[in-house]
Design a protein around this ligand. Sequence first.
Ligand code: PLP
Length: 371
Amino acid sequence: MTNRYGDSTRSVKAVNSRAIPGQPVVSAPVLASTYHLSTDEAADLDTYGRSANPTWRHLESALAQLEGADSALVFGSGMAAISAVLRVLAKPGSVLVVPADGYYQVRRYAAEYLVPIGVTVIEAGSTDICDVAGSADVVLAETPTNPGLNVVDLHRLATICHGRGASLVVDNTSATPLGQQPLSLGADLVVASATKALSGHSDVLAGYVAGSQPELIAALERERLLAGAILGAFDAWLVLRSLGSAGLRFERQCRNAQALATMLRDHPAVRAVRYPGLSDDPAYPVAAAQMRRFGGLVSVELADAAAVHALVERSELLIAATSFGGIHTSVDRRARWGDPVSDGFARIALGIEDTDDLLADVERALEAPAP
Ligand SMILES: Cc1ncc(COP(=O)(O)O)c(C=O)c1O
């Protein structure tokens, strides 16, 4: 879809259904495991729910439009999409680079399932991914990274990968296609969790792959059919229903993130804050060049684990929860999950609350005397 529209317009247009007089404006989920067969056995019709579903197609068309891709394929979760891509691209004997500072379960998948079949897996941080990409067959980059919010220069990385014939896959979960379009910066494929800001209500898990190389998309569709990590039709509909308001929600989340990061940067209880939209953040120059919006995540370092727990307990608005992109502002102490961060490091995922209410609440919760 053209970028001449704003984010909310793009989100609404992406989920539009065909205007047929007398038909509902919104589409209903097609909850079918099997379809009537034709006597014409060569007819290109839906046959079975693991290979195709009209609700998937509607959602896939919307996601492809937002990512600026020719096609998208939906999967049962972000990890289902990522692991399908890695199974298709990272063959035994190949060299795969995964983010050392990105979503931890991707590294676990590579170590537990790809290393044993003969894939050489290199873990590279955002600052050195461009240096190691020159010796890889497949590079998976994540930007901004979850949870550290480092940013990778995608145009530079794509140039290095393509110079050697390597494939570049970009995890676009934290930025969303409303925040950046990795395909336009040279990525071969985008993968993402739609569990986060695109669905945005903390009530569904989903993932997708988007790209414009027909052979690659066909291989991934085949993988989905055979491995079976499909998205339920009702869940596809939930994502589609939510996607129309993604522009509105993400705009507020990003605004809240920018305001909170600005406030936290000067707060005495805060040891460090990271947000790619802060002009003095190390990620800012690249982020400003390649992102349309800086995202809804802020990383903060408090004194210790007790300080993170106290922040949530004293607040009236924050909830303690993992995941991100939902309507509530949530706090996740990442050392709990084994991320290589300090005990007082928390990822704050901004919700859609009013900005002033949120700032006042967090300031109060940080300043309150110990109970
Ligand atoms: C950056 C990133 N990629 C992928 C995933 C996996 O998504 P899902 O939980 O939908 O499988 C997550 C989940 O938090 C994530 O943060």
